[in-house]
Design a protein around this ligand. Sequence first.
Ligand code: BG6
Length: 283
Amino acid sequence: MKEQTQLKYLTTESTDRQTLFVITHPLFSAKISEFGGQLLSYQPVNKQEMIWQSSTAVLDGSKPIRGGAPICWPWFGQAPESFSGEPQHGYARSVKWQITSVKETEELVEISLVPMFSEQLKQRLQLSLEVIYTFGLEAKIELVTTNLGTQDFDFSMAIHTYLNLADSREVAIPELFDCQYFDKLANKQDTQDKPFAVDQAMDRIYLYDKAELTVTSSDKKLNILQQGHDSVVVWNPWQQGAESMADFDDLGYLSMLCVEAALTQGYKLKPGDCHRISQTLID
Ligand code: BG6
């Protein structure tokens, strides 16, 4: 690990079930899981937790962690035909990651991690992936994918952020009004012709590639800035869906909504090229 000799804010906490990278800074606190390399918690000082995690999430590395901001890579959703039979949402959320660099200042902490894929998988993918977290008064998650091979790679991905909300039944995302989306549950295209609201199971890919989103719930307003995406995925399993998943709190659907910066419309990464996608959460 390349890092400053004396780290002031970052510590590692291990139990028999999981290893966490914990940052306790005067401006915020945050947790990243070694397994999945994903953000599990981010709380600016004197503000509420911004990230939702299921209290029944499996933390022993036997399955992806339910909550936080899982990294779906190098595909989003079902595996493409060339990877038929491989896991939903790809490999990144099911392996351990290692820290490659840390920078700490009085204003922010920046941590980079890379996934510890097997040699066999690295050979097959010919892609590199890095996540760079920058925490301060806001939290930025950035993924950098580079094609190390000699062929184009068709890939998709998502920063699958589970937002912690006061009440998902009162959520509004005004920027999605008038936006076209693919409804994965109804298997059809549609347009958001009414104000965005959640009152049943929702699994939608919005064709929204602009930078700004505002998520409000009760009296809370969260700003999200995104780059390098071509869509925004919004997911809430609602009551029945939550009850059907052993690792999802039965009532958790009332206090979460996944708002995911995603690349889902077909992206060809050329040999030697690099793609960056980011999501920044601002309370
Ligand atoms: C969402 C997908 O991003 O993730 C949904 O759009 C999926 O279709 C959900 O159900 C959760 O996926 P998983 O694999 O974590 O249960």
